[in-house]
Ligand binder design. Structure first.
Ligand code: PBG
Length: 322
């Protein structure tokens, strides 16, 4: 007897009935780069379609996001001034704090998540305070706590710490709870790898380290078990959502986190993944739209509940047409 698995593939409607995974607009978070200054709407060369906006220029982009029914944005700030500690991150009048207030005032239902890190704000481009040529973990935690409280006071709906400091979720949860923000959730960049796929983002956010690299705090791409260790600590410290980053080269990690924790799993479809598809698509070497949908679907299949992606608007346009 031949096991005829092809029977259930014969027509589109039977394929619809047995389809196991689906990508929807509900799954998507759209990253936004907000730059301090005026009249800025700057194309990012390595990320076609993505721009850095100053606050006076960002409305059209936000109108579009809302019209496309994308539920959430994650904000990255590019400040006018950087210093050794990244002190602009906890300035209540800083660029991200202003952005949160503007968005919540004009688009109250759009869910606003903030990236909590320092690399765009430090003169050296590392994700914390430097002592002896390395990031000082515990001193950085103190500043992360100040940063999240400032984001929370400005009205952020969720914070997403990405610095890969040990104990960061515990420090942030305590800081939020002690200041009355017990209901503010944390999405942790739990397993964030030291990846070459972040290249275009560092141009976009002006955040490349001026010396060394991030391998003393971000994870070694060779490690899988360690990702579970990272996720375990974040789970215990009270992270509400666990994130894996990058996504496409780390689908095994997404599945591991999904199988081992009773928390929603997010993944970050990062700048390099976006750039590769856009570049090959522009050359006509791949069908951009289909490769985009197939890669994002693979993240759902791997176990992601939420996908942070620069493709969010493209996907939403496609799905709304159907
Ligand atoms: C750190 C941060 C980075 C990204 C998101 N948050 C850069 C880094 O760790 O160097 C990368 C996102 C992407 O490549 O799309 N603030």
């Amino acid at each position: 007897m031949i096991n005829r698995t092809r029977r259930l593939r014969r027509t589109e409607n039977i394929r619809r009935l047995v389809r196991e995974n689906k990508l929807t607009i509900d799954d998507l978070i759209y990253p936004l780069f907000i730059e301090e200054g005026e009249n800025i709407e700057a194309e990012i060369v390595s990320m076609p379609g993505i721009k850095r906006f100053s606050l006076d220029k960002v409305s059209r982009e936000l109108d579009e996001v809302v019209a496309l029914k994308i539920p959430a944005v994650i904000l990255f700030g590019i400040p006018a001034n950087k210093d050794e500690t990244g002190s602009e991150t906890w300035n209540d009048e800083g660029i991200i704090q202003q952005a949160i207030r503007l968005i919540k005032k004009n688009y109250p239902d759009l869910y606003v998540i903030t990236d909590v890190c320092f690399c765009e704000y430090t003169s050296h481009g590392h994700c914390g305070i430097i002592h002896d040529h390395d990031v000082d973990n515990d001193a950085t935690l103190v500043n992360m706590a100040k940063q999240v409280i400032s984001h929370a006071k400005a009205g952020a709906d969720m914070v997403a710490p990405s610095a890969m400091m040990d104990g960061m979720i515990d420090a942030i949860r305590q800081a939020l709870d002690q200041t009355g923000f017990t209901n503010l959730p944390i999405m942790s960049y739990s397993a964030k790898y030291a990846s070459a796929f972040y290249g275009p983002f560092r141009d976009a956010a002006d955040s490349a380290p001026s010396f060394g690299d991030r391998r003393t705090y971000q994870m070694d791409p060779a490690n899988r078990d360690e990702a579970l260790r990272e996720a375990t600590f974040d789970d215990q410290e009270g992270a509400d959502i666990l994130m894996v980053k990058p996504a496409l080269a780390y689908l095994d990690i997404i599945r591991d986190v999904k199988n081992n924790f009773d928390r929603p799993v997010a993944c970050y479809n990062v700048s390099g993944e976006y750039a590769m598809i856009k570049a090959a698509g522009a050359k006509g070497w791949i069908d951009e739209e289909r490769v985009m949908m197939e890669s994002l679907l693979s993240m759902k299949r791997a176990g992601a509940d939420i996908i942070i992606t620069y493709f969010a608007k493209d996907v939403a346009k496609l799905l709304l047409k159907k």
